[in-house]
Ligand binder design. Structure first.
Ligand code: GUN
Length: 311
């Protein structure tokens, strides 16, 4: 039996509708949550992400500003942009698009954002609060995955959750969120012995490694929930034929010939689709959730900052 599809587009729409409704209520009180998005350099993928973040703000009634800085921007220059945004009352959320160029001290930059405006949840203070299970702004992708699992009523408490990947943006916060929901959590990485064997223990398997179709059917227990966080490109006919089930190949080969590549995750659908119980597609799975959660975090930051000001 083919896996049920976890539809990230549908869940993202649901989240965004909730945000838009609340933004409308705030507008009646003269409040408009504002997001500043900062992009350094000209990474084409980052440009697309930043563009869609700004567009989504407009669609939901949030105020937004976009800053595009040249690739040779210094840490000092970027710091001064962020410090200015920290001071401005109409800005509730600040997002500095990662990855930053190598001359920039990324950790210093993420820690320069006011924790109350840190809608990415990258600041040391928010990381610490998340670890202590205190009220925190939480990274958008893992927070979105929890919303996805909840939307489909997939039980987390008591489940064996295996996270492949230990990044600060996805793997580590994902593991923490699952732990706080009482899952038994294993984090795997490049040095893990018998990775497929460990992954097969999972009731919920999260693939966040950034390696094209690395997670094959051999990694998946029959009926497991598989969440694919990967955003990679397949660029050859051979890859497309190896990665995708027959039913999807024609469409994928069309995309490949039109655009020179087709989006593929960290999971190989051809071998996973008939083993998993549930699977997120790429595209249309985790991706849309990240932006929806950014909107939710910006709304939350706006509400919280105003609450704190009243006291
Ligand atoms: N680059 C890839 N994912 C993200 C994200 O969630 N936030 C930021 N700021 N940069 C990213």
């Amino acid at each position: 039996m083919a896996a049920e599809i976890l539809n990230g587009v549908e869940v993202a729409e649901h989240i965004k509708q909730g945000v838009a409704a609340r933004v409308k209520e705030l507008a009646e009180r003269g409040i408009k949550p504002g997001l500043a998005v900062v992009l350094v350099g000209d990474n084409p993928a980052s440009k697309v992400y930043v563009g869609s973040k700004v567009k989504t703000c407009e669609a939901l009634g949030l105020y937004s500003e976009k800053y595009e800085l040249p690739p040779d921007t210094t840490t000092e220059r970027l710091l001064s942009v962020i410090q200015d945004l920290n001071q401005r009352d109409e800005i509730d959320g600040i997002l500095v698009q990662a990855p930053l160029p190598s001359q920039i001290d990324s950790k210093l930059i993420f820690d320069s954002v006011d924790p109350a405006k840190d809608v990415d949840g990258f600041h040391t203070t928010n990381v610490g609060r998340l670890v202590r299970n205190e009220d925190a702004l939480v990274p958008c992708t893992p927070a979105g995955i929890i919303e996805l699992l909840d939307y489909y009523k997939i039980p987390i408490s008591g489940a064996n959750a295996v996270v492949i990947g230990r990044s600060d943006i996805v793997g580590k916060p994902m593991a923490m969120l699952m732990l706080h929901r009482n899952a038994t959590v294993t984090i795997c990485h490049s040095k893990t012995r018998d990775l497929p064997g460990v992954a097969r223990q999972a009731d919920i398997l999260i693939a966040a490694i950034g390696r094209t179709a690395m997670v094959t059917g051999d990694f998946v227990r029959e009926g497991a929930v598989v969440v694919d966080v990967g955003m990679n490109n397949a660029t050859t006919t051979e890859e497309v034929e190896r990665i995708f089930p027959e039913a999807e190949r024609v469409k994928r080969l069309e995309v490949l010939s039109k655009r020179g590549s087709t989006l593929v995750g960290d999971v190989e659908p051809r071998t996973v689709i008939d083993k998993a119980g549930w699977l997120t597609p790429v595209p249309g799975g985790v991706g849309p959730l990240t932006i929806a959660m950014l909107m939710k975090n910006t709304l939350r930051a706006a509400e919280k900052r105003r609450e704190e000001k009243r006291v």
